[in-house]
Design a binder for this molecule. Structure first.
Ligand SMILES: NC(=O)C1=CN([C@@H]2O[C@H](COP(=O)(O)OP(=O)(O)OC[C@H]3O[C@@H](n4cnc5c(N)ncnc54)[C@H](OP(=O)(O)O)[C@@H]3O)[C@@H](O)[C@H]2O)C=CC1
Ligand SMILES: Nc1nc(=O)c2c([nH]1)NC[C@@H]1CN(c3ccc(C(=O)N[C@@H](CCC(=O)O)C(=O)O)cc3)C=[N+]21
Length: 321
């Protein structure tokens, strides 16, 4: 039996020799949230209370859980937090009308539309109706543009990519390796995850490859990666023997799979797995994020971080006028 991992100062778990370091996203998120709560207490003295509005269209159970977690975290750090539930039948015009109201509401600094929309409806025009300075998901073209030109001080960067980078930086620091010049492979090219992570890696001077469903010989491309980011949405698709020995693996995937039960009378059980076959990677990777407890909790922490940033930037803009 292997020894239990020992926590280190940095929130990276150092397991028994020959095994990958586990990068602890739960701990990383707690660090970020503690810092935010402190800043919120400071802002209260200046009469500023950051406000977050989350919009949920329809009643997808997974989305309800995520939206609930976001509201809870917002209250815990001292934000004003509101949730707007719209029926699955809400029209694009109705959702945009709500967003216009929130754009004009001085108590709200961050607006998040939970995705995907019911029935896979296109969210492009709705996202574009969000005031860019309140777009805490970082999906408005103004924010993707600011990220693409490297203006990170002004951009609101999508939460999952921003959280993934914090865990990656922690792993690199714990291992004493540099991101500059490293071969980074991102599997997945969505606007929410893959593309913005690739931009952030480029900003850190990594050599970036973006792989997707049309990529030829994915195992060979993955095998080049010193840094691998998996954002595919396919349970354990990336196998241990694809991984370059010594790589840092950030597993963004959140996939709920059913676990076969030996007792046919027992209710079906499910568990969360990533896009990477975690157990197979432990002997090859130098560091890896677990699922759950990796990127997921960081996403919520970075949403709070973006809302705080938005509140400060909006207050600054008002003061300048
Ligand atoms: N931890 C967190 O907080 C979050 C986790 N997630 C999780 O991250 C994962 C990705 O999410 P998201 O980006 O929104 O998903 P999307 O479905 O929008 O994108 C998936 C990407 O994976 C690519 N892909 C699909 N199949 C393959 C394949 N067989 N080989 C190579 N590439 C493939 C697709 O390629 P193509 O473009 O060619 O179709 C696409 O670019 C999901 O598991 C999701 O649940 C998402 C958001 C937050
Ligand atoms: N506009 C928009 N922005 C998003 O950021 C967004 C979205 N839509 N739609 C769905 C995805 C998914 N997502 C997660 C957030 C937290 C966890 C999380 O905290 N996961 C825990 C486990 C939670 C559980 O047990 O179910 C963990 O990984 O440890 C997971 C996934 C944000 N997303």
């Amino acid at each position: 039996m292997s020894a239990a991992p020992t926590p280190t100062e940095s929130g990276v778990l150092r397991p028994s020799s020959g095994k990958a370091l586990l990068i602890d996203g739960k701990r990383g998120s707690e660090e970020v949230l503690t810092e935010i709560a402190e800043k919120v207490r400071g802002l209260a003295g200046q009469g500023l209370k950051p406000g977050l509005a989350v919009i949920l269209v329809g009643a997808d159970p997974a989305s309800q859980v995520y939206v609930g977690a976001k509201g809870k975290a917002a209250k815990a750090v001292g934000f004003h937090s509101v949730q707007h539930d719209l029926p699955a039948t809400a029209s694009e015009a109705e959702i945009i009308a709500l967003i216009r109201q929130l754009n004009a509401d001085p108590a709200i600094h961050g607006i998040l539309l939970q995705l995907p929309l019911p029935g896979g409806a296109d969210a492009t025009r709705i996202i574009e109706s969000i005031a860019p300075e309140k777009d805490v998901d970082g999906l408005h073209p103004i924010n993707s543009g600011l990220l693409a030109i490297g203006n990170l001080s002004r951009a609101l960067v999508p939460c999952t990519p921003a959280g993934s980078m914090i865990l990656l930086e922690k792993a690199a620091a714990a291992l004493g390796v540099k991101l500059e010049g490293a071969e980074a492979v991102v599997v997945g090219r969505s606007n929410l995850v893959g593309k913005p992570i690739a931009q952030l890696l480029l900003g850190r001077n990594a050599t970036v490859t973006i792989a997707h469903s049309r990529t030829r010989d994915l195992p060979a491309v993955v095998g080049r990666a010193d840094v691998l980011i998996a954002a595919v949405g396919r349970p354990e698709m990336i196998r241990g023997d694809w991984i370059k020995p010594g790589a840092i693996v950030i597993d963004v995937g959140i996939n709920r799979i059913s676990v076969p039960s030996h007792d046919p009378a027992a209710p079906a059980k499910t568990r969360l797995v990533g896009d990477v076959a975690f157990a197979e990677c432990l002997d090859r990777a130098a560091a890896i994020t677990p699922v759950p407890g990796g990127v997921g909790p960081m996403t919520i922490a970075m949403l709070m971080s973006n809302t705080l940033k938005a509140a400060i930037q909006i207050a600054g803009l008002k003061a300048a006028h």
